[in-house]
Structures are given as C-alpha cells and as structure tokens.
Design a protein around this ligand. Structure first.
Ligand code: FAD
Ligand code: NAD
Length: 471
C-alpha cells in the first residue's frame, strides 16, 4: 500500500512508548500507523526486558526458597530439581501472551501495524523496509520516534550472547553457568545476577563505584541491599574497573583494576554479563535526512512537549532524556498524544518510581537522602523495620525497612525508600502520596488494614512526624 492516505500519526517503534502512544491515539480518534521491526510488539520491555526478567526472578526465587526456606515453615520437600528448559518455557509463554495481547489491542483501537524497519525519507514521509521483503512508505501529519535503547557494549569484549552476553543472552542461557561475572552492579546486573545465583551459579559482580544499585538508590538502602545479596551468596568487587577482556580461551578472562589505581587481578568465568547501562538506539533511522540532532549521549534532542527541531516530529521513551523505564515511556506516550490531539499534556518527572525486583525488592520514589544533602535542603527522616511488622513476621520474611524523608517545616513527603518484601507494590502508595503533596502525618492518619506489610509504610510515616507505635 504505497503512498496511502496521510495518517494523523506515524509511530516508529512498537515498544512500550510506541505501542501505548498508538493505542491512545486510536482511542482519541486519530488515524495511526505503528511501525515495528522486531516482528513482535512490546519492544525491549515485553520481549527481552521487564517481563521475561520478572518471570525468571519469580520462578528462581520460588526454586531457591523451596531449597532453602521450607523446613522452619513446617514443609518438608523431597527431591527438588531444576528444569531450566521448562522455566524458560514458562517465561516465553508469559511473553507471547502479552505481546499477542497488544496486537489484539491494536485491532480493537484501529491501529495499523506495519512489520518493518522505518527510516525518514523526508519530514513527513517514513520509508519502511518490510520484514517480509519489499518496501512501503507512510505519510504522517505527525511522526513519533520511539525507537528505544540497546545495551552499551564493553570495548574489546564482543557480545556473542553465549559467553559474553547482554541482558538478552542472560535471559536465555541454556545451562546454569558454574561461574558468572557481571560487569556493572546496577539494576540489570543485580536482577540477572540474582536469577543465576539462585539457580546455582557462583556470581561475582564487578562494579566501578563503591556502591551498588545504579543511579538513584538511597545510599543507606544500597548498603542494606549489598549486605542481603552477599548473604544470599553473591560476591562483589566494588570500586573495581574492568580494564580488558579476552574471550578466546576456554573461559572468558577479565583484567580488573582497583578504580583508584593500583591492585589488579585476572578473573575468569564461563559467562560474562555486561550490564553497564543502555544507550539510545536510533541507528538507520535517517535522522540526518531531516536534520534532527542527538546529544553527546545519543539522545534525540526534544523540548518539554517532546518536539524535535521539526515541531511535528516528536520523540519519547528510552531514545530521549530521562530514566530508561517502561512506566516513564508509557506516561510520555499518553502525554505526547495529548499534546498532538489537545495541545496539552503532562508528566511529573519528580514522581517516577523505581523498583528493583530482587529479593527483597528495593523501591523508591522522590528524593534520596544524598540528593537532599548535596542540594543543602533540610529534611527529617522516619524509618520502620519489617522485623517489627506483624505480617512480615508471620511470613518469616522480615528483612528490610521503610525510610521516609520529609520537609522538617511543612512535613510534606519528599521521598520514600523501601527495601523489603513487596516493596515494588508498596511504592505505589508513596508515589500517590507524593503526587498529591501529602504530609507524613496525612499518611500516618490514614487507616491501613491489619496485618499487612503496608502498615510498615504507615508506621514509617508516624516515625517521621512523631513516633512509631510498634518500634
Ligand atoms: P523499546 O522497548 O526498546 O522499544 C523500541 C522498539 O522500537 C523496539 O521494539 C525496536 O525493535 C523498535 N525499533 C527501533 N528502531 C526501529 C525502526 N527504525 N523501525 C521500526 N522499529 C524500530 N523497565 C521498567 O520500568 N521495569 C522493569 O522491570 C524493567 N526491566 C528491564 C529488564 C531488562 C533486562 C531491560 C533490558 C530493560 C528493563 N526495563 C525495565 C527498561 C524498559 O525495558 C525500557 O525502559 C522500555 O522498554 C523503553 O520503552 P521504549 O518503547 O522507549 O523502547
Ligand atoms: P545502570 O545504569 O542501572 O547500572 C550500570 C552500572 O554499571 C552502574 O552502577 C555503573 O557504575 C556500572 N558501570 C559502568 N561502567 C562500568 C565498568 N566499566 N565497570 C564496572 N562497572 C561499570 O544500567 P543497567 O543495569 O545496565 O540498566 C540499564 C537500564 O535499564 C537502566 O536505566 C535501568 O533503569 C533499566 N532497567 C530497569 C529495571 C527495573 O526497573 N527493574 C530492570 C532492568 C533494567
């Protein structure tokens, strides 16, 4: 269907940013086309990111718990065996179900879906090299770039996705490696490191900084996280940089140095996961054909309404500014379509939660203690440990705490940091409180059901403006 009718919106990329924008645009009555080259909708998140990693995290946790944490619960189990193939199949089933679901939502909302690779031919025309061969082109009154991101490579260590892997390879290993080295102690490194450590690999995380967790995690919470992950058997080399790697021998060898200089050593492993961050992906998009700019980190330059230099071309998600998170991409997708349709839209970048799905989970929203210190902003803190929470105690899962940070004068919540069971669900409550400008007293005076883990959240709020009852 070459040179078909002009669409109101043409979206390049069918990841979370692109597919949500497409559905929203369909709902708003816009004529919309979404171009995706993967052959499946949902992008990194559904195919090789959030969803498959959470499947493996959940099932590896269950396996690990059955091996190590049943006796004192009065459950005696017999022979426990890992069937990695079946675990991978469960992961694939979740992924396929969800990606097919999006195809259904496209149909339901009248979104045209083209399987192919899009590139700018001119300011309003996108050429598509179809996956099935051949070419087509679509014309858009508006165009949305939502091409996402890719793993940052480590110089000199080429990815083969078998022995030197990105997160994608780490989601599909055919057997449990004996020794695994993870370069980068950020979210990917700790989530995927947890999976393989629970399944039996000896995992060593090499992190350049003196702290794990990547950007944004509160220092105090990061320290607790490190302690708990070490207790689970993961090893850490902090303040250590990888100088070079060699994948030519029987094992992969890495030369590492103390980040401050001096001590160096050679490490070796069956599998090396490189998890040193992701970078925007705009290769082959033909940005130069329409004079669009990327910054020094490869991010497409946009204004506060997601507009590039050409005001009908917008960009959202991982390929532009801000945290590389699926829910951030999703918020931007709705806002961008609203800008196109109605002229206004909004995302509150100060209130975007982060969750690391290890066990216990780590979750946070708003400002960290170190952020506030750095900016010389006064604050007060309230904490509550899960060891004093009745539900955590009955669940025999008491590690971690809730930490709340508030303005000492107005008591307005500034940030919340949780390490503990179900932290990822509980952070939604803090996110809502922050969005609505709640004080910690507002939170503490809100009745919470008993016995729930969320009572730890309420009591941390109590401890911020007054005193907790149970601690
Ligand atoms: P993407 O999801 O990368 O989608 C972009 C799409 O565009 C891709 O499908 C690509 O094929 C397509 N594309 C690119 N160029 C073209 C072209 N020229 N033509 C056609 N199509 C094109 N975030 C969370 O919030 N929670 C999590 O738990 C989480 N877990 C993660 C785990 C892992 C292992 C990884 C790698 C990431 C994880 N993320 C998580 C991050 C999340 O996946 C991303 O933030 C999110 O996918 C960004 O969405 P996006 O649409 O901007 O980009
Ligand atoms: P990251 O930025 O979270 O962490 C990378 C870590 O690698 C940092 O701690 C950094 O100091 C370290 N590092 C960088 N270069 C290094 C080197 N040469 N040697 C040793 N350490 C080095 O990046 P990531 O973990 O790769 O994740 C990428 C993106 O994916 C993030 O933006 C993250 O938000 C997103 N993601 C989110 C989730 C989630 O929300 N649960 C899960 C996975 C990924």
């Amino acid at each position: 269907a070459s040179q078909a009718e002009e669409k109101d919106l043409v979206i390049i990329g069918g990841g979370v940013a692109g597919y949500v924008a497409a559905i929203k645009a369909g709902q708003e009555g816009l004529k919309v086309t979404c171009i995706e080259k993967r052959g499946m909708l949902g992008g990194t998140c559904l195919n090789v990111g959030c969803i498959p990693s959470k499947s493996l995290l959940n099932n590896s946790h269950l396996y690990h718990q059955i091996l190590h944490d049943t006796k004192n619960r009065g459950i005696e189990v017999g022979d426990v065996k890992l069937n990695l193939q079946a675990m991978m199949k469960a992961k694939d089933t979740s992924v396929t179900g969800l990606t097919k679901g999006i195809e259904f939502l496209f149909k339901k909302n009248g979104v045209e879906y083209i399987k192919g690779t899009g590139a700018f031919a001119s300011e309003h025309e996108v050429k598509v090299a179809l996956n099935d061969g051949g070419e087509t082109s679509v014309i858009g009154k508006n165009i949305l770039i939502a091409t996402g991101s890719e793993s940052t490579p480590f110089p000199g260590l080429e990815f083969d996705e078998k022995r030197v892997v990105t997160s994608t390879g780490a989601l599909s290993l055919e057997k449990v490696p004996e020794k695994m080295i993870v370069i980068g102690g950020g979210i990917i490194g700790l989530e995927m490191g947890s999976v393989w450590s629970r399944l039996g690999a000896k995992v060593t995380v090499v992190e350049f900084l003196d702290q794990i967790g990547g950007p944004g995690m509160d220092n105090e919470i990061a320290k607790q996280t490190l302690k708990l992950l070490k207790k689970q058997g993961m090893e850490f080399k902090l303040g250590t940089k990888v100088v070079s790697g060699d994948n030519s021998g029987e094992t992969v060898k890495l030369e590492v140095d103390s980040a401050k200089g001096g001590k160096s050593e050679t490490l070796d492993a069956d599998v090396v996961l490189v998890a040193i961050g992701r970078r925007p992906y705009t290769a082959g998009l033909g940005l130069e054909n329409v004079g669009l700019e990327v910054d020094e980190r490869g991010r497409v330059v946009i204004d506060s309404e997601y507009r590039t230099k050409a005001s009908h071309i917008r960009c959202i998600g991982d390929c532009t500014f801000g945290p590389m998170l699926a829910h951030k991409a999703e918020e931007e997708a709705v806002a961008a379509v609203e800008y196109i349709k109605k002229g206004y839209g909004h995302v509150n970048y100060g209130v975007i939660p982060s969750v690391m799905y290890t066990h216990p989970e780590v979750a946070w929203v708003g400002q960290s203690e170190q952020d506030l210190k750095k900016d010389n902003i006064p604050y007060k803190i309230g904490t509550f440990p899960f060891s004093a929470n009745s539900r955590a105690k009955t669940n025999l899962d008491t590690e971690g705490m809730v930490k709340m940070i508030a303005d000492p004068e107005t008591d307005r919540l500034l940030g919340c940091h949780i390490i503990g069971p179900n932290a990822g669900e509980m952070i939604a409550e803090a996110t809502l409180a922050l969005e609505y400008g709640a004080s910690t007293e507002d939170i503490a005076r809100t009745c919470h059901a008993h016995p729930t883990l969320a009572e730890a959240f309420k009591e941390a709020a109590m401890a911020t403006y007054s005193k907790a009852i149970h601690y």
